[in-house]
Design a protein around this ligand. Structure first.
Ligand code: ADP
Ligand code: MG
Length: 457
């Protein structure tokens, strides 16, 4: 085993360990409890980490210590334990003296009637309607009330985190409740694909028949995230026949996609045309008022006690992804709980949501990001902004789009405008880069470097 030479870079070890640990805990736990720890020292084989409150320390020891140790141990095998200390010992004593040391409460789970496979929280009642989603919501309701009678298929498309899955579940919940005799089948295209592969591999008599009859016996077939069908011929083939059989017998089909039909490439023409047979309806970015209403509704449903300016602050900061926006709200609430406060005030929220604040204070803007990317890839600004399409330029442009939409809360449409492209190109760039970073460590490191450069680190 390596002996300590006094030159171990503890910060580096901790950073690497964080990456490991993040794989095994939920994002919210990671953000609230683990990422906030600081490295203090290394005593023998014990890494000392500090947190800001005693209640935090207790929670970490109880729930996360083993995961933390395992993560650290993976990146540095000689470290086999951690100790958690509270940053300010005086505070700790005071806290311990207080009779009721706050512990983040676990929320009581209220029993709900579950209409498996649908999430009981995703209903029309919990979906906030505004100008950006009025049309698509009306279409979804109409389909839920009269399946097979109006738009077939209903094709819902729009960016990530804008409520597509929520609406699909709302349709499912509504039909299950009001027309219990109907067989409603919900599937993501990924699951459809996996089951198809399984049924082929299984090669048992009947496996394939079971698979087919499951989908072809649906009265309502709901298919989420159909974009993953792109380029997968066997799945397209199977989906084609399923679609035909259902459509011909007047069964309702509802489909969601992260891009419009015209941007689904490559896709067999016979499928493309069918997707457009009914009603394509897009789900847009919610306006500020709608975002505020969504957060208020969420706070009400979850019984969060949140100051009004906090709601406004979050709604103003996150403009293109409702899931992210809700994530920030939850993070602020957990953070307040960790500090033992029962209301989320602006001070607490600002602290919890430092990264949003940093973004806007750092005054990073699209121009600076483009400059940075150009410098990195040794290109001229005009080259990235023009329509030219050598492989290198196209890749750098995708990186720029990715960074701009990651680092700035800017609507995808606006990001697209900078490059004279529409928002679907930006979505595509984001997906490409995200996927590529998973496979290509070098790119992941480069992108991280650019981010750090931009943040002035
Ligand atoms: P998508 O499938 O488009 O990626 P989701 O349906 O998973 O997005 O939505 C992400 C989160 O945002 C969910 O928790 C959903 O309930 C919430 N959400 C999105 N739009 C709305 C809305 N208009 N009203 C209430 N909640 C919403
Ligand atoms: Mg979804």
């Amino acid at each position: 085993m390596k002996a300590y030479d006094g030159e171990l870079n503890l910060n580096k070890i901790w950073q690497d360990a964080l990456e490991e640990i993040s794989k095994s805990v939920s994002m919210i736990s990671f953000d609230v409890w683990i990422k906030t720890l600081d490295v203090v020292d290394l005593k023998d084989n014990t890494l000392v980490l500090s947190t800001s409150s005693n209640s935090g320390k207790q929670t970490i020891l109880k729930n996360y210590k083993d995961l933390i140790v395992a993560g650290i141990n993976k990146v540095h095998s000689a470290i086999s334990d951690v100790e958690i200390v509270v940053e300010n010992e005086e505070d700790q004593e005071k806290e311990e003296d207080a009779a009721n040391v706050q512990k983040p409460e676990r929320k009581k789970v209220t029993k709900v009637v579950s209409s498996f496979p649908f999430n009981p929280k995703y209903t029309f009642d919990t979906f906030v309607v505004g100008p950006s989603n009025q049309f698509v919501t009306a279409a979804a309701k109409s389909v839920a009330e009269n399946p097979g009678a109006s738009f077939n298929p209903l094709f819902i498309y729009g960016g990530v985190g804008l409520g597509k899955t929520h609406l699909l579940h709302a349709i499912g919940n509504y039909i299950t409740e009001n027309k219990p005799k109907l067989n409603v089948v919900y599937v993501t295209i990924e699951k459809f694909m996996n089951e198809l592969i399984e049924s082929i591999q299984n090669n048992k008599r009947g496996a394939n028949i079971d698979f087919r009859s499951k989908y072809r016996s649906a009265d309502v077939l709901i298919v989420d995230d159909i974009q993953f069908i792109i380029g997968k011929n066997a799945v397209q083939e199977e989906f084609f026949h399923t679609f035909n059989e259902l459509h011909e017998s007047g069964k309702q089909i509802v489909i969601s996609s992260d891009r419009p039909i015209s941007e689904m490439n490559p896709l067999e023409e016979r499928i493309r045309s069918r997707l457009g047979w009914g009603l394509p309806a897009d789900i847009g970015y919610p306006e500020l008022e709608t975002r505020i209403a969504i957060l208020n509704k969420k706070a009400y449903i979850e019984r969060y006690n949140v100051a009004r300016d906090v709601i406004n602050y979050i709604a103003e900061s996150v403009t293109t992804n409702v899931r992210d926006m809700e994530g920030y709200l939850t993070r602020a609430v957990y953070y307040a709980k960790m500090l033992g406060k029962d209301i989320v005030t602006m001070d607490v929220a600002k602290e919890a949501l430092k990264d949003i604040a940093e973004q806007s204070e750092d005054n990073i803007d699209a121009g600076r990001i483009i400059e940075c990317v150009c410098k990195f890839y040794n290109l001229k600004k005009e080259e990235i902004l023009a329509r030219k399409r050598t492989k290198e330029i196209a890749e750098a442009r995708q990186v720029a789009m990715y960074l701009i939409s990651e680092m700035l809360s800017m609507p995808l449409k606006a990001v697209g405008n900078i490059f004279g492209k529409d928002h679907t190109t930006v979505i595509y760039a984001k997906t490409q880069i995200t996927e590529e970073m998973k496979k290509n460590k070098k790119l992941a490191v480069e992108i991280n470097d650019m981010k750090q450069m931009l943040k002035g680190n």
